[in-house]
Design a protein around this ligand. Structure first.
Ligand code: ATP
Length: 606
């Protein structure tokens, strides 16, 4: 939505409604329910429109003494109309509110599903906190439109049209006066709508920023506290919240002003008509019942118009939300399956080739992360990647997983270019054991099963055994059903790694990408992790970002990376003998008396 466009009325509404149209299919799934709601709405509106007729009858005839039966009939009729009104209103309320809830639940699920499929480049450029705000705050705002506002708008539209028709039938002259007043009322509304819309979007954006900041800080609460940054963080959040408040207050102020002007104009017009009508009654041109009837219709028309304008600002606010959600929904992931994906050979052998691969991160200003990489990893081979920090080791993994597409050159798996594969199929062929594995807020069994959905309990336990994780899991009070994460048990680094290895074993993929932990484990954990790794690496093509001497010694080949290029390749012995970068890194890492010092040296490139 662009607020800079001229406030030309037709295109203005098109601009407001365009983003809502994108969300409309979510509503159209529930045509039946919408139909019922419209019926209830029409019934309630007709009942409301019938009331002034009944009141007129009551005033003109109900208070005369000559026909007591008519008095009863009129009062009885009013009760009947009110009963219909009550029933229809309740049905409308129920149908419309649940419709709003239903649509928002669907929309949230669709939005999240969409977010799970977006590529790494998208997440480099967007804050997760802001996306959370789209998922919760923006969808909630839409709930108001599809639920309450739609119903209020329709009801008032019905009432307005009905009341105007009835006004014209009641008194043409007074209706003409009312008609003249309408532009007077509507014009300021149209003019002010743009200001309200702009401020609403501003308020919503500020809220998203504040939530993003809070989410980031809570996710890294230990770092925040370790740096004693609580006050600074709290201060910044308070400022962001204040900002959001200011923006919301501005939007509300604009809306309040519109309300005041509307109410004044509407009721002044009604009073003017009443005044004219009173003279007609005095002159005997119309009955007092007819005047009452007309005034009731005029009040109905005016209030419904007023409510319509309220809805107008709600709809504009929600259009902003719909626009932002629509923007996300229309983002096509950069990493998609081709129209006719090529299937991997079965069984997949796991031969990986890099053919003159260069790559720069979409968001990276620092130039190429890897350049002119060419190498082959044969099936079952165990290749170690070493190099100073920032050399591009993790980037190689990201490219093999096809989190990003190469900028030039090509990567193949079993001879198939990764871009010709369905990413899901590619990733099924790869197990990734990251340096600092993520543990989800779920049970241990569920965490292991993340490697392969639908794995049986026996398979999970077998994987945990092979990953040397069974003993610590079984020692926990609830064993495999122990909850991990925020509300559960916290695991040590070595335990988390073995859990990740169990996940990789369960995934049983032909290719294993392993990022060894840099943090030194105690001797016992180290030995357990090594045994687990030996098991998982057996018979698979393994690429490992190596930090341990044992790993490089057992590798069939070592690729030495520096500034995104392979500068040396060979076995530990041949590379040490060559006396190049690797020899220097290895001496620092592996010969140092204190392993941690050596590791840091390897990280920093000596
Ligand atoms: N998501 C990203 N967006 C932009 N640039 C990135 C991104 N990830 C890494 N880079 C940059 O790419 C280069 C290579 O990074 P990479 O993470 O591959 O190095 P590395 O060898 O794995 O380092 P380390 O051992 O410290 O993990 C670095 O200059 C880094 O700043």
């Amino acid at each position: 939505m662009n607020d800079e466009n001229p406030p030309e009325s037709g295109s203005r509404w098109r601009r407001i409604l365009a983003p809502l149209r994108r969300i409309a299919p979510f509503a159209l799934r529930y045509r039946g329910r919408i139909g019922l709601a419209v019926v209830a709405l029409a019934a309630a509106s007709l009942a409301t429109l019938a009331l002034p007729l009944a009141v007129r009858g009551m005033i003109d005839h109900g208070f005369s003494t000559d026909d007591p039966a008519a008095v009863n009939a009129y009062f009885g009729a009013i009760v009947g109309v009110v009963a219909i009104l009550a029933l229809a209103s309740a049905s409308r309320y129920y149908l419309v509110t649940t419709l709003g809830e239903r649509i928002v639940a669907d929309l949230r699920a669709t939005l999240f599903r969409h977010l799970t499929r977006l590529d790494a480049g998208f997440y480099d450029a967007n804050k997760t906190g802001e996306l959370m705000s789209r998922l919760t705050a923006d969808t909630t705002q839409l709930k108001a439109v599809f639920g309450a506002s739609a119903s209020v708008a329709l009801r008032n539209l019905f009432l307005f049209v009905g009341a105007v028709i009835m006004m014209a039938l009641s008194s043409a002259k007074l209706s003409a006066v009312a008609l003249a007043a309408i532009p007077l009322i509507v014009l300021p509304l149209i003019l002010s709508g743009r200001a309200v819309r702009k401020r609403s979007r501003h308020a919503q954006d500020r809220l998203a920023e504040a939530s993003a900041y809070a989410a980031e800080n809570l996710a890294a609460v230990r770092t925040m506290q370790a740096c004693n940054a609580q006050d600074a963080a709290a201060g910044r959040f308070a400022a962001a919240a204040e900002h959001a408040y200011d923006a919301a207050r501005d939007a509300t102020r604009a809306r309040a002003l519109v309300t005041a002007v509307t109410i004044f104009l509407v009721f002044s017009s009604v009073v003017a008509m009443l005044w004219l009508g009173a003279h007609d009654v005095l002159a005997g041109r119309i009955s007092s019942g007819l005047l009452s009837q007309f005034v009731l219709y005029a009040v109905l028309a005016a209030t419904s118009l007023g409510e319509l304008s309220q809805v107008g600002s709600e709809v504009t606010a929600a259009a902003g939300a719909a626009g932002r959600i629509g923007e996300i929904l229309s983002i096509r992931t950069a990493i998609a399956a081709p129209e006719a994906p090529v299937a991997l050979p079965s069984p997949t052998r796991g031969r990986i080739t890099f053919d003159d691969v260069s790559f720069s991160y979409p968001s990276g200003a620092g130039g190429a992360a890897v350049q002119h990489l060419s190498f082959v990893v044969e099936p079952g081979e165990r290749v170690a990647i070493v190099g100073p920090s920032g050399a591009g080791k993790s980037t190689i993994f990201q490219l093999i997983e096809r989190f990003y597409d190469v900028t030039s050159g090509a990567i193949t798996l079993d001879g198939v270019d990764l871009r010709r594969l369905d990413p899901d199929a590619l990733r099924r062929a790869i197990a990734l054991a990251p340096q600092d594995p993520v543990v989800f807020g779920a049970t241990i069994a569920e965490n292991i099963a993340y490697g392969r959905e639908g794995a049986s309990r026996e398979e999970i336990v077998a994987a945990a055994r092979r990953a040397q994780a069974a003993s610590f899991i079984e020692a926990l009070p609830q064993g495999y059903d122990t909850e991990l994460g925020e509300r559960g048990v916290t695991l040590s680094g070595g335990q988390r790694q073995r859990l990740a290895i169990a996940r990789a074993i369960l995934a049983d993929a032909p290719v294993l990408l392993l990022d060894e932990a840099t943090s030194a484990l105690d001797a016992e954990n180290e030995a357990l992790v090594k045994d687990a790794l030996d098991d998982v690496m057996a018979g698979r093509t393994t690429l490992v970002i190596a930090h341990r001497l044992a790993t490089v010694l057992e590798a069939t080949r070592i690729l030495v990376l520096e500034q995104g290029r392979v500068v040396e390749a060979g076995t530990h012995a041949s590379l040490v003998a060559a006396g190049g970068l690797y020899a220097r890194l290895a001496r620092l890492q592996f010969d140092a008396p204190d392993a941690a010092v050596g590791e840091r040296a390897l990280e920093q490139g000596g």
